[in-house]
Write a protein that binds this ligand. Sequence first.
Ligand code: S3P
Length: 166
Amino acid sequence: MNNIILVGFMGTGKSVVGKLLAKKLKKDFLELDEAIEAREKMSIKDIFEKKGEPHFRSVEKEVVKEASLRKNTVISAGGGAIIDEENFKNLKSSGIIICLKASPDTILKRTKNIKTRPLLNVPDPKKQIGELLKKREPYYNKADFSVNTNNLTIDQVAEEIIKILT
Ligand code: S3P
């Protein structure tokens, strides 16, 4: 359905890059975490705290299903979305999946002062990043293409994606 789906770990730049990419390509932009927050009328942090991760994942699944029916949209998916097989299939059927990557150190640097990510709001975020990345790597590698964002600006990542697409 002509969508571009950005996946990858927290802090790899999916949302900022997605927004810019949508503007450059004159496509709509959809941030799945924002759609989840709008649906639940609650921040992601509060959803995890008050309703638990399984509830978050079930809302995420509904939002992914609906997003996959859209056309001509750049979709930024939360870092855990494609770990679920059904989510992966739905997103894959709707367009090209591009994974943004970054090293654990870069991810730590980009996420350490932001407390809105419950999975990284732990005593040892560095260890958590390493463990989660290892677990999730095979899923992220199922993307059609990937871009290493370590040393690139937001604009450079968007341009790199445009190059991939053309
Ligand atoms: C998550 C990533 C977050 C958000 C939630 C869970 C994950 O999205 O969906 O906190 O499991 O990796 P971002 O990747 O946009 O931070």
